[in-house]
Design a protein around this ligand. Structure first.
Ligand code: SF4
Length: 284
């Protein structure tokens, strides 16, 4: 009787000890995970210079099996100018450690040249828009500038380190020859102000002297101008007619109340658009 009681007591004590041990191990593993496997964003060297931002992102893909596809850089600059900035850009999603080099246009240069940047705060955020997961780091502007200017490793080199498979290059093999046929002669010339062939027309539209040149094209009004999907945010249209076109981080917009009485300039912007997404209808 006495022996049975002692054996039961020992078994109970061993069971309790085992439970405590498992709990302690689980806490230790959680702490190690938090300390050493937490997501890491590193600034890399961009091939786009001051207009670009390259970074790498490393995280625990087993604990967080999601795909990241969006970058946001925010500037909080209460004592400088501009006071606040936000640059957002989507990129090719990745479910494994990755590096990306993004052309952010003039906005990145504006951020680097912000007055009072040294004492501002920069927040870099990497997010998964599908799974609504976000990770970010914050740093002082001077630290950001130092990392940005002194980065040496490129996104390509970092991806090689991560062993991202290279894109397979595909070559089209012509049926009979390796010499490509000459481009068909369409005789179509691009009707833009910088083309000397149309200089007189645009000079005439702007009220210049066209005597001796080709007849000036009469200007006209448009009833509607819009942007179809596919804008590659190249800024060309805003450069030609900033009163009508506003290029944002992701697309191009028509400004509210935009003047629609200079059809020739709208047409020039449409013809300069490399992906032909600017559409308009003439009045009448
Ligand atoms: S020119 Fe075309 S592609 Fe470029 S920003 Fe304007 S709409 Fe977009």
């Amino acid at each position: 009787m006495n022996t049975t009681f002692i054996a039961m007591a020992v078994a109970i004590l061993l069971g309790i000890g085992l439970l405590i041990g498992i709990g302690a191990l689980s806490l230790l593993s959680g702490a190690l995970n938090f300390l050493f496997v937490k997501p890491k964003i590193e600034i890399l060297k961009s091939q786009y210079g001051e207009n670009g931002f390259a970074f790498s992102f490393v995280w625990d893909q087993t604990a967080e099996p999601v795909s990241f596809d969006r970058l946001k850089i925010q500037l909080f600059n209460p004592f400088g100018n501009p006071v606040q900035m936000e640059i957002t850009r989507e990129f090719e999603p990745s479910g494994k450690d990755f590096a990306r080099d993004l052309d952010l246009g003039h906005k990145m240069k504006d951020l680097i040249e912000a007055k009072g940047l040294d004492s501002a705060t920069i927040e870099i955020e990497v997010a998964s828009s599908r799974e609504s997961v976000t990770h970010h780091i914050s740093m002082k502007g001077n630290s950001f500038k130092e990392k940005f200017n002194n980065a040496t490793l490129s996104a390509t080199e970092t991806n090689e380190k991560f062993a991202v498979p290279k894109e397979i290059t595909r070559f089209e093999i012509p049926e009979r020859t390796f010499i490509s046929p000459p481009l068909p002669k369409t005789g179509k010339a691009l009707k833009i102000a910088t083309n000397p062939e149309f200089a007189a027309i645009f000079a005439g539209a702007a009220g210049g002297d066209v005597s001796g040149g080709a007849a000036a094209a009469a200007n006209y009004s448009v009833s509607k101008v819009w942007i179809e999907p596919g804008c590659i945010v190249c800024d060309a249209c805003e450069g030609i007619f900033p009163e009508v076109f506003e290029v944002t981080d992701t697309t191009c917009l028509i400004r509210p109340g935009a003047p629609l009485n200079d059809g020739l300039r709208i047409q020039e912007a449409a013809e300069a658009c490399p992906v032909e997404v600017i559409k308009f209808t003439k009045v009448g």
